[in-house]
Design a binder for this molecule. Sequence first.
Ligand SMILES: Nc1ncnc2c1ncn2[C@@H]1O[C@H](COP(=O)(O)OP(=O)(O)OP(=O)(O)O)[C@@H](O)[C@H]1O
Length: 623
Amino acid sequence: MTTATADAVSQPFQAEVAELLHLMVHSVYSETDIFLRELISNASDACDKLRYEAIANPALIADGAPPEIRIVPDKKADTLSVVDTGIGMDRQELIDHLGTIARSGTKSFLARLTEAKDGAGLIGQFGVGFYSAFMVADRIVVTSRRAGAGEVWTWTSSGGSGFEIAPGSEEDAKRIARGTEIVLHLKPDAKKYLETHEIERIVRAYSDNIQFPIQLVPEEGEPSQINSASALWQRSKSELKPEDYATAYKQIAHAFDEPAMTLHYRAEGRYSYAVLLFAPSTKPFDLFEPERKGRVKLYVRRVFITDDADLLPAYLRFVRGVVDSEDLPLNLSREMLQNNPQLAQIRKAVTGRVVSELEALGDKEPENFAKIWEAFGPVIKEGIYEDFERREKLLALSRFTTTAGEKRSLKQYIADLKPNQTEVYFLAGDSIERLKSNPKLESAAARGIEVLLLTDPVDAFWTSAALDFEGKPLKSLSQGDIDFGLVPLLDEHKDETKPDADEASIIAVIKATLGERVSDVRASQRLTSSASCLVAGSHGPDRELERLLARQNRGAGSKPILEINLRHPLVAAISADNAASADLSFLLLEQAQILDGELPEDPAAFAGRLNRLVLQGVAKGDG
Ligand SMILES: Nc1ncnc2c1ncn2[C@@H]1O[C@H](COP(=O)(O)OP(=O)(O)OP(=O)(O)O)[C@@H](O)[C@H]1O
């Protein structure tokens, strides 16, 4: 609903914006400083966009005024203005950009923000940007002229439920030749932001690397530039300190954490480009959005071109930063972004470098690597099945919880192989705890064979590819045949000789009872103390992948194989003449399902069977 008075029109905020503003105003965030960083960052983006659009349309900057940002405190009016000579916004853009949040995941983000204590940290992850200004201002007036446009528009809001949009006055039109002026009417407790030393402090801390000059315009005296306005990635490594990188990371990635890995280099040769990339140490909220898009920024000779050039593959989408090319043309079209061979070359080289760097970090700085793996391991593992070329390297840098410990690498696993062990074993499931008690581990445990315990949903997928590491195939303990026969038992006296139970007839009874429910019944090499387990055939998908697909209603699910432990008394009791054999056979299947975290198909029948068998036992005990 919109209401019009003379020239001004009132518009409601999108519901999510209103909710966000309410949260912002009513919660106490300690880090209100970020508003300035956000506004400067938007101003810088606007200058970037202007430079980019001016490549195709030089008339936009024909006035010769360079893009810049000004900060103007006014103690008499209690206002702080952030002004830029960037691309500006027309009427519709003001309505669209400052009245809605277009980003996906907004709803779930808001729910988390409501619960979280560390609101500012979350705001940084989400980048609520412009709206953060309502933490310090009770009224905001935005006046803007889109580059090349005749009209100036003003957007005014006191937070709450909406904003007003109106044509700018003659005076506005004179003052603003191009770009955007944001005037914050500061709240009483935010007056400190009028002090020049405060403004300088914040700019130094958060925005020093903004490429455009930031001028502080004091109430008295001359304006002065308060940032270094250089593209940090173009400077040499030797001049830069870790703090410089940390600041650049925060500015480029809109982040609040510290980078866990920094990669800065210049490629020379056929193509020249500078690279400055960071791996965050914490997870952003939208890591698992279906889009799976990275946001590494592409610059050409210091001009920002796009953050949509897919410079890194999806499994490295958490990496942030800049690639600045010396040789690409400035006017890169969409098609060129996709098909340009030089860009393809850059992608390949940079991807290879990031992967090697991650691998090296795992050896050199295990603590920092652990942060990255903790936050992004499941994402990196997507690469194991997507990036065939780098599969071995990605496997090498992966870390696993195993039956032998945590953060184990496959190199460590291979170094600790048992005598005659020729394969790398893994078991996938929902939780480490449940996996640890899974009977399929028994025979491996009896030999001290290490087993990778995989619990990320993505594990079911990458393990479905036929993989090996350093010549050793990876093998699921819930799939196909397992033969540990040549690997010695830890306890040599343990009896693993063939049991005397009548294998053929027991299997025949169980098969006849279970019929179509299983694809086969076999004597197990995996079990030592449990009675039964379910495994997949050697050719189909692993049990865990089947379960995942079934959960997503994909794939019909092939029938499992029931493996039985002939040494177990429950199994040994099965015979053609034992009236309880049918109940026992079903119970073997149903226990195995429960141990895999599944429900028996007919829980009531299961309970009935169990009760019957227990009562028989009780009755015997009585007698
Ligand atoms: N000074 C400005 N000049 C031109 N456009 C602006 C300016 N400030 C904001 N905008 C527009 O408003 C949009 C919304 O800004 P906001 O800060 O809320 O989010 P964002 O910058 O898109 O997201 P993020 O903060 O994650 O980068 C921007 O994308 C931009 O299109």
